[in-house]
Design a protein around this ligand. Structure first.
Ligand SMILES: [Fe+2]
Length: 488
């Protein structure tokens, strides 16, 4: 393997750290590398051309009071493929918050489980206000740039998708929404448009927008909600965008007193806003469904009079009845998707009748889905989901869900081997929805290394097509994306 250690960032965590999201599979990484000619078992396919990017929440300093994994800085991993060659880089996203804390050599902002008034900084970001915009939640490629985003709404930090060189904060025609942008902006690969939303504690509480393939903000409208909500993800079809108002949100009374405590309202419906892609506030069609919370949607598409939406219905969104952890894991029980009982679920919104029908698709827990990018917003058959480890926010396998037959193909990894949100990368010249590769990064706690593993998407349980060694074991993280070479 050929690599260069390009930089080591400043960090100060206790040597006897026992925090479950700063040690083990979540051990913080401080080194930034470029690597090429890496050791490969198998062969990198010549028809795998593009880039796989994955974001990682990374703790660098002791928190002011309490660290939650979603507070970590963004460490981006990029592996790009072209003509059978692979190149890897990892870099911290140079957010304003990262740079300020590197300078101060300490945490300056309060995390999601701390009160905002604990912040030492004088200003902050996010729907919850006074947070560090860490850009560590999600990543997507639009107009040839990787955009790192923050689940509480913030800037979109742009990076070269391959070298991860910083390209600063995104602007669209010289502007950017004052309420920021949430994680999960969604790309229509067929048109090059990027759809997004944001949310805040001020009316109208949500906005929706569209960025053109030329990078202009061509649509930006109010999505009025009854109060502050906690939407996390959105979905699109060819003609509609789907936003949500789900009945798990900050308790209004506590919020009025300046505290942020989630409450699930079992007596309130889930509400879905269907807005024409370039529609106005008046065009929104609202649909109601059973109460739940949904972290992620798999996909949506149109079928006759209906808009079909697939996502992961939480049957126990507050983790009620789950054993409470003691020690370092205390309070982190609901990071386990098994506790939340997340299950693949389908909603159908009938535009002719205004009614909703819905059904659970499985008894198996899964989350963090990816689909073939060419099928986002279009009819599709396969979702590639993460199998969630027990007792920890980490993935120990993947599931290929066939929405047509209902079958689930589980790809298990060895004990102690964790995987990332796994992308589906269509083969160059791909002729079918699953004609391509599944690409993921592993965190191998047995061998103390990480690999990029490439599987055949049509037969993922077969021996890997290739396993590529990375310079250092990387930590678990959240979201990833695939962008084909022609989009870079
Ligand atoms: Fe997410």
């Amino acid at each position: 393997m050929k690599f260069t250690l390009t930089n080591t960032v400043d960090s100060a965590l206790p040597p006897d750290d026992d925090h479950p999201y700063r040690t083990g599979v979540w051990r913080s990484q401080v080194n930034e590398y470029d690597a090429w000619d890496m050791d490969v078992i198998g062969e990198i396919p010549g028809d795998l051309n593009g880039v796989y990017l994955r974001n990682t929440e990374t703790a660098l300093f002791e928190p002011i009071k309490r660290y939650h994994p979603f507070d970590g800085d963004a460490l981006m991993h990029s592996i790009s493929f072209e003509a059978g060659e692979a190149r890897y880089s990892n870099r911290f996203v140079r957010t304003d918050g990262f740079l300020a804390e590197q300078e101060a050599k300490q945490s300056l902002w309060a995390g999601i489980t701390e009160h905002p008034s604990n912040a030492l900084a004088e200003s902050g970001s996010g729907a919850r206000t006074m947070m560090k915009d860490n850009a560590s939640t999600d990543v997507i490629v639009h107009r040839g740039e990787a955009l790192a985003s923050f689940y509480q709404c913030g800037e979109l930090y742009a990076l070269d998708p391959r070298t991860l060189e910083s390209r600063g904060k995104t602007q669209w025609g010289g502007t950017f929404p004052t309420d920021g942008v949430s994680a999960h902006p969604t790309l229509d690969e067929h048109t090059g448009e990027l759809m997004f939303f944001n949310y805040s504690t001020d009316a109208p509480y949500m906005h929706y927008g569209v960025v053109s393939p030329d990078g202009d903000l061509v649509t930006y409208v109010d999505v009025p909600l009854p109060g502050p909500r906690l939407p996390h993800d959105m979905a699109i079809t060819e003609n509609w965008s789907i936003l949500n108002d789900l009945p798990l949100f900050w308790d209004p009374q506590a919020l009025a007193e300046g505290y942020y405590s989630n409450r699930f309202h079992t007596d309130m419906p889930s509400r879905f806003a269907l807005i024409p892609r370039h529609g106005s506030t008046e065009d929104i069609r609202w649909f109601e469904a059973d109460p739940t919370f949904v972290l992620h949607w798999a996909n949506a598409y149109e079928e006759g009079d209906e808009v079909v939406l697939d996502g992961y219905f939480q049957h126990n969104p507050t983790g009620r009845g789950a054993p409470r952890a003691e020690g370092p894991n205390k309070g982190f029980e609901t990071l386990d998707m098994n506790v939340l009982e997340a299950r693949a679920h389908r909603w159908r919104f009938n535009l002719a009748t205004g009614t909703t029908s819905e059904e659970s698709l499985t008894d198996r827990c899964s989350e963090f889905p990816m689909v073939n990018g060419r099928h986002v917003g279009r009819p599709y058959r396969y979702a590639y989901e993460a199998q969630c480890a027990n007792g920890l926010f980490a993935f120990n396998g993947l599931i290929k869900r066939d929405l047509e037959t209902g079958s689930e193909e589980v790809v298990a990894f060895d004990d102690g081997v964790f995987v990332s949100e796994t992308v589906m990368a269509p083969r160059t010249g791909s002729t079918a929805e699953d004609d391509g590769y599944l690409v993921t990064f592993t965190t191998d706690m047995v061998n103390d290394w990480s690999e990029c593993v490439i599987l055949d998407a049509a037969n993922p349980a077969a021996e890997p097509v290739a396993r590529i060694r990375l310079p250092e074991r990387i930590a678990s993280g959240t979201h990833s994306t695939w962008a084909p070479l022609e989009d870079l």
